[in-house]
Design a protein around this ligand. Structure first.
Ligand SMILES: Nc1nc2c(ncn2[C@@H]2O[C@H](COP(=O)(O)O[C@H]3[C@@H](O)[C@H](n4cnc5c(=O)[nH]c(N)nc54)O[C@@H]3COP(=O)(O)O)[C@@H](O)[C@H]2O)c(=O)[nH]1
Length: 938
């Protein structure tokens, strides 16, 4: 080997398969400056190129290829041409030449080689040349990156910079597959282990130096991408964890996006990659508009921010906030843009609803019927429209206004302020009514309700509600006044009601009293008498005692009443009542049944004779005349007495029997009392039946008139007719006047019946005249009650007028008793009748007590001698004397005389002898009906 080498002029050496110099020629020894055997070939080369050399050397040594190239001399640094020729059995010969020996071209090449060496030396990336499992050379950056000194890498296995040998071999295996094809091997992130054990991430690119010379090795370019990778990791983390959508674009095409973006827009991971961002917009216009706007900003290096609507994968829209950056503003068209998207749909909706709520609130505030104001530090900050209206401030002029100016004076303001402060400090809402003032000076009352915004900050802002309560206060005042008035009225009304109640009670008491008492006399009435009688009867039955009922009827009372009027009658009744009460015991009951009927109930009667004593006392008490308006009214009682249990056991029966006994007393001449006896009951029953029947007789036209002639005693001619009433009873036939006229007088029916008699008689007279009969005077009887009735004169006038009778053909017969009863009144009535042209005669003369003084003054021209004096005239000297006296009296007074009841010639003869002018009686004719009268006159 050495010999062979000696033959070579150029420096040369032979190396074993491990790259160790086994032999070197003298030129190389000289060049190297010492013995070379045993030294690594690579140590001859510059450390900068050692790594590269090592690769080339190993490839050459492995026989994979020849290596022709330049190396830098390890000591001189000069470029040295090297040719390597592998040995078939491993190892190779290396022949070195001096570049200078290659002429000018070689000089240029050498210069370029130096430049390249400088570049490698100062490259910012690691560069190494390797041979299989050996670092042939590396630049300083490589050593620096890996934390080694260059010599710690060169001629060492690259495996040391891998985590494990296995990692290294896997990596090399992967690289060899590429490198052996002559292609560039590139791996972006390869973890390498630094000398201190830490890991750096490197981007590695490698390429075979010379595909034809395996020993030329492989050159590796290594970039430390740890920081970039870290940045990328961080970016990835940011993108992964970001709650906003992030996407990258290049030329408006999506190149990357995070999960949030996918979720936001509805794209699965990777689905949107490579898609145009057009799909994120509603239409082309929006897409173009966004591009124009955004790129205009981004091109100037700024960030682009906007709020816009974008479209999800499902076509729905959403509001987003979008921020865009250009990674390189100068590469807008092709560079990367980063976009961040924030889904604002929710916020937008919330903002929308908030805005709507605000608008609604504002609308509410503006349309509120209350004034609303926010106050701070004594000034109004904000208020609604109503507040402005209330105070007459328009267009916001109230805002900023001191609250003090809303009060009419300091006093009101200070009071409100102090009370507000107290309430706020106590944590209370302040509510009160104050008088406030408008801008125009008008005052009004308002209800204020204020509270702090924050109860913890009571001196801070407060909100106030102001309600104009002027009208309410006025209404309340009016209501209060109305209530007061009402109270007064209620009190008045209560008083009235109480008075009414008292009055009503009094009225009820009066009604009750009236129900049981006689209104005129105050005596118990029939009802109370009945009650007391029932009670007394029960007591008497229980005690075995007796009681008496005295039925009292006042004689002639009705005549007095009719003649002197009701006042006189009332006065008389009251006086009678008092007198009755005075004469009986307190235990007795004096009752008035009505009219002139009284009853005295006497309990505890021991013997019937006691009743006589009572009856006598009553007669005596009523005997004295009653004075009334100048009249001396004479009254007398007719008293019927019955006893329990002697005459009956029941109240009604006892009353009926006492009544019957009273009729007997009347029949017995009045002014007396009669005890009940059994026959009285039947008579009383008849009497009662008759009275009942009489009440309808006039209407039923049951009355008829009979006529009896009055004859001249001297000439026997009929000078007139007496009109006599008859009652045609449907069962009893004609009833004589004596049987019913007293009843008519008692019940007052004599007045209408008497008027009917006059009218019917006049009509009959006119009928006779029209029938051609001579006009004869008619003598009509007037009862005492009828005569004294106040309507008599008017009634007579009407009848005369109605019938057309000559009043001179009428004559009224009035009994002596009736004429004498009423004195002056009688005279007046007689005068009126007389002045009408009607003649008057005194009936039943001699039965009463005539006053000559009256007789003289009466306008009476005829006297009728009662038939009682005529009946026994021819045998009674007394009657003859009376007739003579009457004749004398009549003659002295210038009156004519009619004798009644003349039944025979003897009587007539005597009367003629006494000078009696007229006679009436059965001797001449009985009373006949109207139809028979013309016969009488023939
Ligand atoms: N107020 C009125 N009283 C009237 C009316 N009509 C009759 N009377 C009175 O009734 C009494 C009885 O009347 P009367 O039964 O009709 O009897 C009269 C004659 O019939 C009766 N008379 C006539 N002549 C005789 C006779 O010869 N003997 C006799 N025994 N009786 C005779 O005398 C009555 C007439 O009496 P006087 O009226 O007194 O002339 C009677 O008192 C009538 O007055 C009437 O409408 N209203």
């Amino acid at each position: 080997m050495a010999d062979a080498l000696a033959l070579i002029a150029a420096p040369a050496c032979a190396c074993d398969g491990e790259g160790t110099i086994r032999a070197a020629n003298a030129a190389l020894v000289e060049l190297a400056g010492g013995a070379l055997e045993g030294r690594p070939l690579v140590s001859l080369f510059c450390p900068r190129t050692a790594a590269e050399m090592a690769v080339e050397i190993r490839l050459s040594l492995s026989g994979e290829r020849r290596w022709d190239g330049l190396i830098e001399h390890g000591t001189t640094g000069r470029p040295v041409e090297v040719r390597a020729k592998p040995f078939p059995a491993g190892g190779a010969t290396f022949v070195f030449g001096d570049v200078l020996t290659f002429g000018d071209g070689q000089a240029a090449l050498r210069g370029r080689l130096l430049e390249q060496a400088a570049v490698v030396e100062h490259a910012p990336v690691g560069i190494a040349v390797t041979l299989p499992d050996l670092v042939k050379s590396c630049n300083p950056r490589m050593a620096e990156m890996l934390g080694y000194a260059p010599e710690e890498l060169i001629n060492h296995s690259p495996a040391q910079v891998f985590a494990t040998r296995a990692h290294y071999e896997a990596f090399i295996g992967e690289a060899v597959l590429v490198l052996t094809t002559g292609s560039l091997f590139e791996k972006s992130e390869v973890p390498l282990r630094r000398r201190d054990g830490s890991t750096i991430w490197c981007r590695i690119r490698a390429k075979a130096v010379d595909m034809s010379a395996r020993e030329a090795g492989t050159v590796w370019i290594v970039e430390d991408v740890t920081e970039a990778r870290q940045a990328l990791t961080e970016i990835q983390s940011i993108m992964t964890n970001a709650t906003i959508g992030i996407f990258f674009t290049r030329a408006r095409t999506i190149t990357r996006y995070n999960h949030c973006f996918g979720s936001m827009f509805g794209y699965a991971p990777g689905e949107a990659l490579g898609c145009s961002t057009r799909m994120l917009y509603a239409d082309d216009a929006a897409f173009d508009d966004m591009g124009r706007t955004a790129y205009g900003v981004l091109g100037q290096g700024g960030s682009f921010k906007t709020e816009t609507t974008m479209v999800r994968r499902d076509g729905t829209r959403m509001w987003v906030n979008m921020i865009g950056y250009a990674v390189n503003p100068e590469e807008l068209g092709t560079g990367t843009m980063i976009w961040m998207i924030e889904d604002r749909t929710g916020q937008k909706a919330a903002e929308e609803s908030l805005r709507n709520a605000l608008l609604e609130n504002q609308a509410i505030l503006d349309n509120a019927v209350l004034g609303i104001a926010v106050v701070e530090k004594g000034r109004t900050l904000h208020c609604n429209r109503k507040m402005e209206e209330l105070f007459g401030h328009q267009g916001g002029s109230i805002e900023g206004l001191p609250v003090r100016e809303l009060y009419p004076d300091d006093a009101g303001w200070i009071a409100a302020r102090d009370q507000t402060r107290r309430d706020f400090e106590a944590g209370r809402v302040h509510m009160a009514e104050y008088e406030l003032v408008r801008r125009d000076g008008k005052r009004f009352w308002a209800r204020l309700s204020g509270r702090p915004f924050d109860m913890a900050d009571r001196g801070g802002r407060s909100v106030w509600l102001i309600d104009d309560v002027t009208a309410q206060r006025e209404a309340a005042d009016a209501l209060r006044r109305a209530r007061d008035e009402l109270e007064v009225r209620v009190q008045e009304r209560t008083a009235e009601l109480q008075a009414e109640i008292v009055e009503r009670r009094q009225a009820e008491a009066r009604v009750h009293h009236m129900a049981y008492h006689d209104a005129l006399t105050g005596l118990p009435n029939r009802a109370l008498l009945s009650d007391r009688l029932d009670r007394t009867l029960l007591a008497a039955q229980r005690d075995g005692a007796k009681l008496a009922l005295l039925f009292i009827d006042l004689d002639r009372f009705k005549t007095i009443n009719d003649s002197l009027g009701h006042l006189a009658g009332d006065h008389l009744l009251k006086e009678v009542a008092q007198r009755l009460c005075r004469v009986v015991r307190a235990s007795d009951t004096v009752a008035r049944l009505g009219g002139d009927e009284f009853v005295v109930l006497v309990p505890g009667v021991r013997v019937p004779e006691e009743c006589s004593h009572v009856g006598d006392k009553i007669i005596e008490a009523l005997a004295a005349p009653v004075e009334f308006e100048g009249h001396s009214l004479h009254i007398s009682p007719s008293i019927g007495i019955c006893l329990y249990p002697d005459d009956g056991a029941d109240a009604a029966g006892l009353m009926r029997k006492a009544d019957a006994a009273m009729y007997y007393a009347k029949a017995a001449g009045r002014n007396n009392y009669q005890y009940y006896a059994e026959p009285m009951n039947a008579a009383a029953a008849r009497h009662f039946e008759m009275e009942t029947r009489l009440r309808g007789a006039l209407l039923r036209e049951e009355f008829v008139l009979f006529y009896q002639p009055i004859v001249g005693v001297q000439d026997g001619r009929v000078h007139g007719l007496e009109v006599l009433l008859r009652w045609r009873h449907p069962e009893q036939g004609l009833v004589a006047p004596d049987d019913f006229i007293p009843i008519l007088e008692e019940n007052g029916l004599i007045v209408p019946v008497g008027e009917w008699v006059i009218r019917r008689a006049c009509e009959q007279a006119m009928a006779w005249q029209r029938a051609g009969l001579p006009a004869l005077p008619l003598a009509v009887n007037l009862s005492a009650r009828q005569f004294m009735h106040r309507g008599l004169i008017q009634s007579i006038r009407a009848i005369v007028d109605d019938t057309g009778i000559d009043p001179g053909l009428l004559e009224f017969e009035i009994t002596e008793t009736a004429l004498m009863q009423h004195g002056g009144q009688t005279l007046e009535t007689l005068g009126q009748i007389y002045r009408m042209g009607i003649r008057l005669s005194i009936d039943d003369f001699g039965t009463g007590y005539s006053s000559l003084a009256y007789l003289k003054r009466f306008p009476v021209r005829k006297i009728k001698i009662d038939r009682a004096f005529v009946r026994d005239l021819e045998t009674s000297s007394e009657d003859q004397a009376i007739v003579a006296a009457i004749m004398a009296l009549a003659g002295s007074l210038g009156m004519a005389v009619v004798a009644e009841g003349v039944e025979n010639e003897a009587q007539l003869a005597l009367l003629r002898r006494h000078g009696c002018q007229y006679a009436q009686g059965y001797l001449f004719a009985r009373p006949v009906d109207a139809a028979a009268v013309p016969v009488l006159l023939d």
